[in-house]
Write a protein that binds this ligand. Sequence first.
Ligand code: PLP
Length: 397
Amino acid sequence: MPRLDDRIDAYLRNLREGDVFRVLKPGDPDGARLVRRGGRDLINFSSNNYLGLSQDPRLIERANEWTTKWGVGSGASRLVTGTFQVHAALEDKLAKLKGAESALIFTSGFQANSTILHAIFNRRVLKDDLLVFADTLIHASMHHGCRSAGVKPILYRHNDPAHLESLLRKHADKPGVRFILTESVFSMDGDRADLAELCDLADRFDAFLYVDEAHATGVLGPRGMGLAGDVPGRIDLVMGTFSKALGSLGGYAACSQAMKDYLINQCSGFIYSTALPPGVLGAIDAALDIVPGMEIERTRLIKNAEKLRAALRGHGIDTGGSSTQIVPALIGEVAATLAAGRILEDAGLLGIPIRPPTVPKGTSRLRFAVTAEHTGEDMDRLLKAVPEIAKLRRKSA
Ligand SMILES: Cc1ncc(COP(=O)(O)O)c(C=O)c1O
């Protein structure tokens, strides 16, 4: 065994023994609602492809068209030769839809969060110390950005503005630039942040507000372009992704022109990484044309989620504060959650068990993500499996 493997061996053994060892399970998409695993079609209730756009012929056509025109790769980072004419048009289109002065596209949402935060948490530029207040459940990519900037966030209880306020007050005498970090829709809980209240707190305590719209983009807010649209002009920096409801890949920042200029000059993940390929840009372009008009799909999506929440709650399964297309079925212990996943799979359904460290200990869950593509029949099949899951949860409680 190579010597480095010796060093990680005990760690891997621990993960296996604790039922938290992650493995890749190949499954091929078979349309937007089905996934083919182990030779079987399962109805996919774990995909972030909320509007089914990953398989939409209009996106595929534009991706093909732009690939044929400009090739499969962008050839360089944006600052070298990786910026095409279409970038400017695409970023303008996105900025208008987000109600922002300007926008900047990144290769992924993870890259955007982790490197934007690193760029803005720069004591040399800000000429001051930093106090970063963050919701306990912010995404790993934001934690990564904090860590890489040497920032230890002051965590406030999940979706608890009163707790945030008490922490802002407690630290009021400390010098430093203040930031508040949140998601608008939380990825593992499907609940929403109260952005108006966070804006008020940011105003009162002179803090900058940073909001991740990865799971709201395409689904919620004015024309489905995110919840930041409900508090126009009040958020300092909004990021989001094209990788979930918008069906393809990439991240974005919606911000002022000055912030865009700053990121182009200071954000290492933007400067030193190859630009997205033309095909992906084509898919994003088509998605931005289509998504604002997808009200029928958004209504179906929300109705599907309501149906699932009602069934789970009716059987005594906690769905937390979910009010979106993401519906957690909180089970608790890891082993019972894995068993619940197997029950679903036996019924021809895919609902991936989510365990620590992705979620806090004792809150393992099935994270259901419903989509606009799920038919009434798909939903009925899922609802039929709910009593079995409830039985298992009761036994393990
Ligand atoms: C809240 C949140 N932010 C950022 C990301 C990263 O986005 P991407 O998958 O596009 O890298 C994710 C993805 O899981 C997410 O859930």
